[in-house]
Write a protein that binds this ligand. Structure first.
Ligand SMILES: Cc1ncc(COP(=O)(O)O)c(C=O)c1O
Length: 390
């Protein structure tokens, strides 16, 4: 190449270590991976069947930019019934996974230099998405001692009032498994009203909550419809990550902006996936409950096992499919710990720092893996820790 062709923006993007570790985990058949951020289940049969039939019928064309009318209609019904959110179909845009919805939403609201509050630890796409747009990520520290809930004082400490446009929240949360309480959501709502912010509410794991926890959409709180953009995904709820299907619903001006940008990013979400998604929402929801129950069974076991191991302690997660134990007693960085565990115990986990600076001293373990494998991984970790001088 005669000259430096790659942009500064690209060069500044963080290099994720998750890929390196998961690659080793994939290549070595003896390794048990607790790394995956996707369901181990395949999409239910009726959903796959709908996709096959759509293909056979020749549904290989573009859809309308904001999504098929039948799917958007069904989405509005679902939002009303399950989330308590009232929107018209024109307030919905269907996207290639909710990752695309995050990017479109940020493109729509941030000018260079604008602040966006993001949770830390938090889903690893938030910060790069803000930075790609030359926005300013404002890091909201989630603390273990507060159960990783968002605290009002921390919001006040984080915001730059004149510069901040939006806040991203994620409940149930990746990587912590935290589910925000109504009180937390009400505080966030009050804060957003006070500082005139858009709330981007990432609810990709809404279906996976356990014990007494309840998923509450912040967009359903009194008067919040005009400032909440709700993001949902089919990837986790229906085990459809490869279909690349998600959506955003919210204020018309934001959705209209996102639709405009959609034309220049992907035109529309894959048509076959949209038809499969329509069947997912219209069909029997038993499959979702079955997956939730199995995750719950694994969660109870992994939390118990992890807390019994010397040097590990974890806040009991109430949602998603992750546990996020504290491993500070080992005196290693999260990355060193994950690397050592991989090489010596043959168990892959994700260093907490992949999810931001507050992830230092933690690792993420996914229980989107077969029960027996998780048990075997816990045995291996236990044996490994016994040989480790804490
Ligand atoms: C919190 C969170 N939001 C969004 C996504 C993106 O999901 P998708 O783009 O598959 O809908 C993920 C994926 O892991 C996630 O963990």
């Amino acid at each position: 190449m005669p000259r430096e062709i790659v942009s500064e923006r690209e060069k500044r993007l963080p290099k994720l270590t998750i890929g390196k570790l998961l690659k080793i985990a994939k290549e070595d058949k003896n390794i048990i991976s607790l790394g995956p951020g996707e369901p181990d289940f395949v999409a239910p049969e009726h959903i796959r069947e709908a996709a096959k039939q759509a293909l056979d019928k020749g549904c290989t064309h573009y859809s309308p930019v904001s999504g098929r009318a039948d799917l958007k209609e069904k989405i509005t019904e679902k939002l009303e019934k399950e989330n308590g959110i009232s929107v018209e179909p024109e307030q919905v845009v269907v996207t290639a996974g909710s990752t695309e919805a995050i990017m479109l939403a940020l493109m729509c609201v941030t000018d260079p230099g604008d602040g966006v509050i993001i949770p830390d630890p938090g889903f690893l796409a938030y910060r790069p998405c803000v930075e790609i747009l030359n926005g300013m990520p404002l890091i909201l520290d989630l603390k273990e001692e507060e159960g990783f809930q968002i605290a009002k004082e921390d919001l006040e400490r984080t915001i730059l009032p004149e510069k901040t446009k939006a806040i991203i929240i994620n409940t149930p949360g990746n990587p912590t498994g935290v589910v925000f309480s109504r009180k937390t959501l009400e505080e966030i709502a009050d804060f957003a009203v006070e500082y005139d912010l858009l709330i981007i509410s990432d609810e990709a794991y809404e279906k996976f909550v356990y014990d007494e926890a309840k998923h509450i959409s912040i967009g359903s709180l009194n008067g919040m419809g005009s400032r909440v953009l709700t993001l949902q995904s089919f990837s986790k709820s229906y085990a459809m990550p490869g279909f690349r299907l998600g959506y955003a619903a919210g204020p018309k001006e934001v959705i209209n902006g996102m639709k405009k940008l959609h034309i220049f990013s992907s035109v529309c979400a894959p048509t076959i996936s949209q038809i499969a998604g329509l069947h997912a929402l219209s069909g029997n929801q038993k499959c979702v409950e079955e997956m939730r129950k199995e995750y719950d069974r694994r969660r109870k076991m992994i939390v118990k096992r992890v807390n019994e191991i010397d040097g590990f302690s974890c806040v009991k997660p109430e949602g998603a499919f992750y546990v996020f134990p504290n491993i500070k007693d080992f005196g290693l960085s999260s990355y060193e710990f994950a690397e050592k565990l991989l090489k010596e115990a043959k168990v892959a986990v994700v260093p907490g720092t992949e999810f931001g600076r507050n992830g230092e001293g933690f690792v993420r373990l996914s229980y989107a893996t077969a029960y027996e494998k998780i048990e075997e991984a816990a045995d291996r970790i236990e044996r490994w820790v016994k040989g480790f001088n804490i």
